[in-house]
Design a protein around this ligand. Sequence first.
Ligand code: F0G
Length: 469
Amino acid sequence: MAGKVANAIEKKIEKAAQRCINAACGARYGLRERIYVCPRCGETLEIDCQLMRPSDPAALRERWAATKAGPKLPREASGVWRFLDMLPFEDDAPFVTLFEGNTPLFRAPRSAKYCGLANLRLKHQGYNPTGSFKDTGMAAAITQAAISGARTAVCASTGNTAASLAAYAARADLQAAILLPRGQVSAAKLAQSLDYGALVLEIDGNFDDCMRLIQELGDDPAIYVANSINPFRIEGQKTVAFELMEQCSWRVPDHVVVPGGNMGNSTALGKGFQELLDMGLIRRLPKLSVIQAEGAAPVARLFANLSAAQRNGEEELPEKLEAVENPKTLATAIKIGAPVSWKKALRGVVRSGGQVIAVSEQEIADAKAMIGRDSIGCEPASATTVAGIKKLAASGHIKQGEDVVAVLTGHALKDPDYMSSYHRGTLGVAADAKESAAPAKAIRGAFENAPERVAATKSAILASLKQRQ
Ligand code: F0G
C-alpha cells in the first residue's frame, strides 16, 4: 500500500504487528491474531504501525485538512478513517463507521476563570455518535473484529463502552454481549445498549469483576473482546490527538488533561502524540495529565509515591499497581479499581512530564456545573478534568498563561439523574448505597439551580425573574 496516495505516510503494513509492551519480552504477533495480552508473559499489547517519517509533513497535514473540508472517499467522512495513514489497516479494509470523530473544540471562559487560567479549551468527545469518546476506538476495533471473522463482540463496561459496542456491532452485523455491574450504570447508557439490540448481562459485582470475566471469555475463539485492553481500540482512539492538533493549527498545547478510569483514553492520547512527534509532525509533546476520582484512584496513589527520578523517566516505573478493592464515586463511568491499561498510560504521562492526580466528589460536581455554565455540559467523569486543572493550576504545575486543553469524554445527557440531583441539592454518596452503608454525605452544589414552582400568572413569573437578576 506504501506510496499509493501522494504525500501519504509510508506504512509497512506487512511488518506492522501487535507488540508486547514489556521490553524484556518484546514478543511480536501478527495483526490478525486474536489476542489481548501477550501469550508469553501476560503483559498488555500495543500496535507497532511501522510508520515511516514522511518526506513532506506539511503536505500530509494539508491533505488531511482537505479530506475534512471535502471527503473524496466515503470513509474520509469519518474522523477516524481519514487518518488511515496512521492506522494499521489496509486501504481496502471493511471499514465500519457511524461518522465518529470530527468533534468540536470549545473555548470555555467561565471554566478558565474558575481554574485561575487565562484560557481553557474543551475538546468534546461527547459529540460522537453514541455520545462518548468510545466511538473512535470502537470503529477500529469492530473493523478489526470483522477482518478477523469474529461473530460475537463482548465488553465489560461502566456504560459508555457498552453503548458504543452495541451500536458498532449492530452496524457490522455482529452479535454484541455486554457485561455491566448491576445497579451501577446510568439508566441512559443502559437504555442505549438495549436500543441497539445488544445482549445486556447484569453482573452481581463491580466493573473490575466484569473485566475479569471478559479476560476469561477472551479465550473462546468465537468471541472478540472490545474493551480497551484490545490494542485496536487504542488505535482508533489515538486519532483524537491528530484531530486536536489540526484544530490547534498544529501549535502544541502546553497541557492536555483527560479523566482516568481503565486508562485506555490516556494511553491512546499518549500514543497519538508520540507518533506525531516521531513522524516529525509536531516538535514537542504536550504534558499529558490524568485525573481520577478520589474513591477510585489507584494510579494517582501510585503516582504520588513515585520518586523524582521515576517521574523524570530516569528510573524504571513500578511493575505492580495496588488495586482499589471497593472503588467509590458518583462518576460511575470511572468507578474502576484495577485499570487494565495503567502501565501504558503511565508511561505516556511520565514521558510527557504530566501528572496523575485525584479530585473529590465535591470538586467533580462543581466543575461539572461550571462546564454547564459555559454552555457546554458533560457527564460527571469528564468534569474531573476541569476539577483537576483547577488543582494543577493551584499547585503550580499549570501556569496561568499556559495553553490548556481538557478532553471531555461523555455528553451531559449520559447521566441526567446526577445532573438533576446536583441542581436540586439532593446529590449524595448515598446514591451509591449498595456498597456503602455509610450515611449520606450530601454534595452541596456551589452552582445549584433548582427549578422553581411558580403560580400560573404573569406577575408571579416576572417577580421570579426579578429576584434572580
Ligand atoms: N469518561 C467517560 C465518560 C468514560 O465512560 C470512561 C470510561 C472514562 C472517562 C475513562 O476512560 O477508561 O479510557 O480511562 N468508561 C469505560 C466504559 C470504562 O466502560 O464505558 P478510560
